[in-house]
Write a protein that binds this ligand. Sequence first.
Ligand code: FCB
Length: 404
Amino acid sequence: MTTTGSSDELRFPEGFLWGTATAAHQIEGGNTNNDWWAFEHADGTPVIEPSGDACDSWNRWEQDLDLVAKLGLNSYRFSLEWSRIEPAPGEFSTVALDRYKQMVTTARDRGILPVVTFHHFTTPSWLAERGGWESSEAPDRFGEFTAKAAAHLGDEIGMACTINEPNIVALMGFVLGAFPPGVAMDFGRYDLCCEQLNAGHRRSVEALRAAPGSYPVGLTLSMAELVGHEGGEEELARFQETVEDRFLRNTVGDDFIGVQTYTRFHFTNSGYQVAIDPSARMTPMGYEFYPEAVGATASRAAAVTGLPVIVTENGVSTADDSERIEFVDRALRSVHAAIEDGVDIRGYTLWSLLDNFEWALGYSQHFGIVEVDRTTFARNPKPSGVFFGRVARSGVLGAPPVGS
Ligand code: FCB
């Protein structure tokens, strides 16, 4: 139960997870053996710069965990780089597995719940060469990798996310051409990839359930608030089914649904639009600045799946950190309102701990609550991190910041 203290204060439930998230390829650096590295270095892709050393988190992971702890957060979501763990089919690296095990146990030692993602956009080169997620062997291969990694990490895992945003992997890879394999407008291949990712999720859940330990297991999905306008109803329904609901329906028996939201989309009689009002406030990602979307998506995810919700990603790209404070404050208010309405939301994870490699957009975006010097890799927490940490420590969101 949430309670309201002073009229402007919002209290979150006891045990609420307050986290921040990263992904291996976006922060580790030197992940040369996956499809993204190849895509970054191929001619004719939209990637503006390669990931290179990223944030050097392969070496600085302990500093990252220290930052999470120091800020006052109680969970950290990070991903395993499949191509490091299984550099060739069936060949597993003990060194890589040991490193991730160390991350999980060190997080526990710092009082941080390790939320482990098993696939966050990158696929090993050997599997990409055999067709990536389109290949008929991909779901089983992913299941085998999950089993091996889960056995090594054991019951220190706090929570497991199988696949990060399968809908974005398929959409960006086969419709928008901005992720590997860089194919545009091929809806047949998009559908096939979606089916395979859904099968991969199920294999991975089975493997996690059979592994030592017992922790919540779920999928994370990219969801936007879908806003219908006159004449846009059919297009909205089509988008909702083909991009979101086909994945939401594949979560039966899971322990939670991870919701990842950045904005809302509009559907009118001329189709899909990122914004309606020409003067709408936009972010550097080209999204409408609309923090309240997360309350709506979390509510819809809960209604469709019947599962508890963890917001596994939410955040904003901005070079003006005070805008991030406003965004998080407003987003949390919408999450709190949904909880008050009876939606079972158990955690909120801010993307991202670090300013990092934003896929095709390289290092041009700033999602972090910690700034990273691109030459020295020195980390410097931003005021938004301090703000978010204060809310996390107290479980209370205070009165709206002055000026908002
Ligand atoms: C999500 C991704 C994450 C990051 C944010 C901005 O779609 O899961 O890796 O790129 O967007």
